[in-house]
Design a protein around this ligand. Structure first.
Ligand code: SER
Length: 320
């Protein structure tokens, strides 16, 4: 049974990963950690530690205390916030990765999951069905950290035998925890606003097509990759991963099937330029070949689930 540490467990993906890992491995084998008590559901769900991902000793103390052998490093500053705080994004995203890579290199842990992103691609990358291996000239600080991080992951694997595994996540859509500071966040906000206001003012233009994925699929991909036999994995930088691609206009149409009076307006801001530099769709055939990846959710199915779950959430009386 692995002994797992999730760093960044209070975030959008980290929180759901934490609950899923507890289901699979048992609560006693999963340690959730974050820089603060930022998600009480996670904090109160079992073992929780305050860990500063940028401080090697903070991570090492936690690894030693709980005999951790596997780390999911989910702490990161995303694309939109990264453009506001370039050096902070660089330092957080790179320091944290080096700390876990070095823990593995020095034999303290055995396996790492580290998320990369579609942000590794840039304006010169082919936009439709972007291949696994292609031109990568990211134009955001976030994208630069992910691309450089991928190079280091592959380097540590080849040079030191570190078992690090990675996925290039598209925009992740979920209803439990809000995303923070990303360019794809509109595709989560839109569902909340549809239910609260029947209106959403979108920060991207109506024809901006981006690769997206429902959280269930993202978690499934992450766990499938982590459980795959090492020898099956031919990509040690980061796997392309795809599910759905849509525009703000298309997601609006899907929401209108449930909320007919929903309407959208468009006020593109600085995030438009980031979105315009990213692919519209991704070729994930390597992931399909190597570890049998396939998504379960399309836009219609995801929209039904999002609306159903958020309706329940907003129907609950506010207790705090
Ligand atoms: N969802 C991320 C962002 O928008 C992309 O990985 O920054």
């Amino acid at each position: 049974m692995p002994k797992v540490l999730i760093i960044g467990a209070c975030g959008q993906i980290g929180s759901e990963l934490t609950f899923k890992l507890k289901d699979i491995y048992g609560s006693e084998n999963v340690v959730a950690s974050d820089i603060g008590y930022n998600n009480l559901d996670v904090v109160n769900s079992g073992i929780f530690e305050i860990v500063d991902a940028q401080d090697y000793n903070s991570v090492k103390v936690c690894v030693d205390k709980h005999n951790i052998d596997t780390i999911y490093l989910m702490a990161a500053m995303l694309s939109a916030t990264g453009e506001k705080y370039p050096m902070k994004a660089w330092n957080l995203n790179m320091d944290s990765l080096f700390h876990v890579l070095n823990l593995a290199k020095d034999g303290f842990i055995k396996r790492i999951f580290w998320p990369s992103s579609i942000a590794v691609f840039g304006p010169t990358t082919p936009k439709v069905l972007t291949p696994q291996h292609t031109i990568m000239e990211p134009s955001t600080v976030y994208g630069i950290t992910k691309q450089v991080g991928e190079r280091w992951c592959e380097y540590y694997h080849k040079k030191y035998g570190v078992d690090v595994r990675s996925l290039r996540y598209p925009g992740i859509i979920s209803w439990k925890t809000m995303p923070g500071g990303g360019t794809t966040d509109y595709a989560v906000e839109i569902y909340h606003q549809a239910l609260l206001d029947a209106h959403y003012d979108c920060f991207l233009s109506e024809e901006t097509e981006l690769p997206m994925m429902f959280m269930e699929d993202a978690i499934k991909a992450t766990l499938d990759l982590m459980q795959a036999p090492s020898e099956a994995l031919t990509v040690r930088s980061s796997y392309n991963l795809a599910a759905i691609s849509f525009t703000p206009k298309e997601i609006t149409e899907a929401i209108k099937k449930h909320i007919p009076n929903f309407d959208i307006s468009y006020s593109p801001d600085f995030r438009q330029q980031i979105a315009d530099s990213w692919p519209k769709s991704i070729d994930d055939s390597k992931a399909r070949e190597d570890w049998n990846w396939h998504p379960d959710y399309d836009l219609k199915k995801m929209t039904s689930e999002m609306i159903e779950q958020l309706r329940k959430k907003y129907a609950k009386p506010v207790t705090e």
